[in-house]
Design a protein. Sequence first.
Length: 445
Amino acid sequence: MSLVVQKFGGSSVADAASIKRVAQRIVEYRKAGHEVVVVVSAMGDTTDDLIDLAQQVSPMPPARELDMLLTAGERISMAVLAMAIANLGFNAKSFTGSQAGMITDESFGRARIIDVTPGRIRSALDTGNIAIVAGFQGVSQTTKNITTLGRGGSDTTAVALAAALNADVCEIYTDVDGVFTADPRIAPAASRIETITFEEMLEMAASGAKVLHLRAVEYARRYNVPIHCRSSFSHNQGTWVTDDPIPAEFRPRRKPGALTPEGTDTEETDTTMEQAIISGVAHDRSEAKLTIVGVPDIPGKAAQIFTIMAKTEINIDMIVQNISTRDPGRTDISFTLPASDGAKATRALEDAKSEIGFDHMRYDDQIGKLSVIGAGMRSHPGVTAKLFEALSDAHINIDMISTSEIRISVVTRADLLDEAVRVAHSAYGLDAEEVEAIVYGGTGR
Ligand code: ASP
Ligand code: MG
């Protein structure tokens, strides 16, 4: 008997009809003999609605109360789902994050999981129940206050539970058929990635791919939890995130059309295909670029600037430093940061202007970041040149560049980003012959 953790996002449990459909699917697994733990997000846009509600009564709601409020969203979906399952004649019990043993630190709104003690979940399973757990929430070890893990945190709940229960797979159900070689809304020729390593998926998520939550992938990698990211609107195979072969029991069957607990198989696995050098193209529109002009070119200035950014808790992404063309004793430092932190960053630096001794700042939020990711880069020279060539052929100017061992990222003008994604996708031969991506609605979460 295997243990499956299944996570359903907000768009998969948006209304009564969706919840009934999800309940059917969960029950299919139980019938096939699996133990099933389900993690749910709040229905549809409930979390956003609750945030709006809080803001209507207070411009700065106390963090403790905001977390208490937001966890209500997941409590609704967990109880309603348990009822829908009971209605199909199966035993189901719902648990809050705290009842499920999700122990966190005390930071409201972005709590970190420090321990998972799923004793009650284990006994619910042992007595033949399907366990339903509210995602995105936990309880502080010290204060016993209720906490939330941050937006999109239900993925992390699911992976953490899967790790603690030693599950065979953590299935993350969303409204797309898995992880694609690019966002199909931008590059219609994108195709589903069958399997991807943790390392590559981490780079994809960190570079703007939104299907899986970054923290969940980090957690999965640390505890080696295989993730199967797939659509709750179809029975197709999705994308496996794992460094190991897909567990035999869940491997796509050889016979297309065969009915399996996971549904009808639509394809055969082709093991002869050589691993692509590039796994995917990600993009990110959420960053801005800040240039500090005329910084004295002496030791310690960069340290000063980035210490201020660190103290302001701003995550810096790319950094470029150039000798100023106008004044040889000075340098210009540019870096990218989340656009949502733009005002905070410029204020903090403005305050330290005379101390640092720079001339002025330029802020640009009309930028886009394109990243190509693939472990094959390590052993194949020329991958970078190919990207630059393709962008140049399309007359797309590159503003900044950064690389890791398995990723190349470039900053372009925001309005050229979509084209840059398509061009890069084609250049690495990722374009599918037939359009295969179906977006089933919702927001991609
Ligand atoms: N409901 C929460 C959110 O919308 C958590 C989640 O969906 O994972 O952010
Ligand atoms: Mg949500």
